[in-house]
Design a protein around this ligand. Structure first.
Ligand SMILES: O=C(O)CCC(=O)C(=O)O
Ligand SMILES: [Fe+2]
Length: 487
């Protein structure tokens, strides 16, 4: 038995009772003098006191240690009763456990309140005063929890403490401010970049070349001649979908670029095109050398033009978002015509994409042995996974040494982090890999290196099923709430 503050009552009283029981027995024997009886009692009281004190004031840890030597028993009433019946000697001790071991939370609380040690006392105060540790601003899981709850239950917040609702509200407001600020900055940049492109188009000695580059292809003939490597063109246009022998209504370029028509490429045709470089990394010839050079030179010119504009200097030092410079149509063409059908063949099952890729982000990343800030801001890229389900990486030159692509296993697998192979980029050659395949670019030791990258996601598929907190490369330890696999 125990009081609400954890003092053991049953265990403490019985040692005091013992002398009186003894006294009563002695009273019963008539050949003793009452004075001796009394003296005997006093001696027994003195002897029994220390053990009574010890039981009464013994900290609960000691009791706990005592019990740790006993066979464990579950909290079900049956097993407690069995123990009480089979071990009468332990009755008082078991009584002591009743309030603690069976209710672990209470035991912990009692231990803290009993202890006069300052440190523990502070801890107790903290425990009592801090209350809920709901922290949506720092814990993504807490924020997602609320977002999920709000859409699931009509009166979800009814069960919440007021201060937790305030924390949630503040965090959502902070995030909304971030969205608005980034949207505003992006809009400002977009307008500035558009005017930069106009200036380059008006003043550059290469203006006709750039005007042509920005003009979307109208026909498949143009796509074949302007954009594609002959090997890629062969695989695409020999597929039944693009062959008039099998298909009477070949889709227009516009319909494909807009995503109005789903492209299917024949497995036999892709087999002739694709090489498996290493586990889950495939290479294939994709872009014509001419198109690679156009893309690269255009970006280089924009980068150096941006250096003269204060608000655009940062633009020239980061990967170039092709949507912002008027080349979104190239992203769309490669995404719908190549990336989706190839990814469907290669990764649909292994990655559980379930449905097609439906989102893309295309950019040019520049590197140099002598980084200069104009489109070539670095000489290497650290090990990372991409913000994508699937990545298409096409080297677009220049002449360089070093700058190898290393692959280091898929996030969430046993091979994670292990070097699986090295790929040597070549102009016009593409690699396609899943976004969660760890990779890096080794140091460029000579010349400049440019890569045209498209990241693609499946919002309609896997991303509608899985937690998004794992987008982060630098997530805290391995604390993601949905496991290590998702990037
Ligand atoms: O430059 C490359 O080849 C790789 C770039 C890359 O991995 C990235 O931008 O995520
Ligand atoms: Fe990457």
């Amino acid at each position: 038995m125990s009081t609400s503050d954890g003092k053991v009552i049953g265990g403490g009283l019985s040692p005091y009772l013992l002398p009186f029981v003894f006294l009563m027995v002695l009273q019963g024997s008539e050949d003793r003098k009452p004075i001796w009886n009394l003296l005997g009692c006093l001696v027994l009281i003195v002897l029994a006191s220390p053990s009574a004190m010890a039981l009464n004031h013994r900290p609960k840890q000691v009791l706990q240690r005592l019990f740790s030597g006993l066979p464990t028993f579950s909290t079900s009433n049956d097993s407690v009763i069995t123990r009480l019946e089979t071990n009468n000697d332990m009755e008082e001790v078991l009584d002591g456990v009743g309030g603690g071991a069976i209710n672990e939370k209470k035991r912990e609380f009692n231990r803290l309140t009993e202890d006069n040690n300052n440190e523990t006392h502070n801890e107790t105060q903290q425990l009592e005063s801090s209350g809920s540790q709901y922290d949506p601003s720092n814990r993504q899981a807490h924020l997602f929890h609320a977002l999920e709850g709000l859409t699931r239950y009509p009166n979800y917040l009814q069960r919440w403490q007021e201060e937790d609702i305030d924390r949630l509200e503040t965090t959502l407001e902070e995030r909304l401010t971030m969205v608005r600020q980034q949207k505003q900055t992006l809009q400002r940049k977009r307008t500035a970049i558009q005017s930069l492109v106009q200036i380059v188009l008006a003043e550059s000695p290469n203006k006709e070349r750039w005007q042509k580059l920005l003009q979307p292809c109208q026909t498949w003939q143009e796509v074949r001649e302007r954009i594609l490597d002959p090997k890629a063109a062969e695989a695409i246009f020999q597929s039944k979908m693009f062959s008039s022998k099998y298909n009477k209504t070949i889709p227009t370029v516009e319909a494909v670029v807009k995503g109005d028509t789903r492209v299917n490429l024949d497995a036999e045709c892709l087999e002739g095109l694709l090489d498996e470089e290493m586990y889950d990394v495939f290479s294939f010839r994709l872009l014509s050398l001419e198109f690679c050079k156009d893309l690269r030179d255009f970006i280089k010119e924009l980068a150096s033009a941006s250096e003269t504009k204060e608000d655009l200097r940062e633009f020239g030092r980061r990967p170039f978002n092709l949507d912002l410079v008027g080349l979104g149509w190239v992203n769309d063409l490669l995404f719908h015509l190549v990336m989706k059908p190839v990814a469907r063949q290669l990764f649909l099952q292994s990655e559980g994409l379930m449905s097609d890729l439906d989102w893309r982000h295309g950019y040019i990343a520049g590197y140099s042995a002598t980084p200069d800030g104009t489109g070539k801001p670095r000489d290497r890229l650290v090990v990372h996974t991409d913000d994508s389900e699937c990545t298409l990486n096409i080297n677009i030159g220049d002449v360089f040494e070093g700058g190898l692509l290393e692959f280091r296993g898929l996030r969430g697998t046993e091979e994670e982090g292990q070097l699986m192979g090295t790929f040597e980029p070549q102009m016009g050659l593409a690699v396609i890999h899943v976004g969660r395949h760890f990779h890096d670019v080794t140091k460029v030791t000579k010349g400049d290196r440019f890569a045209f990258i498209i990241w693609a996601r499946s919002w309609g598929g896997i991303r509608s099923e899985k937690c998004p907190c794992c987008w982060l490369n630098r997530r805290e330890g391995s604390t993601c709430i949905c496991g290590a696999r998702w990037n």
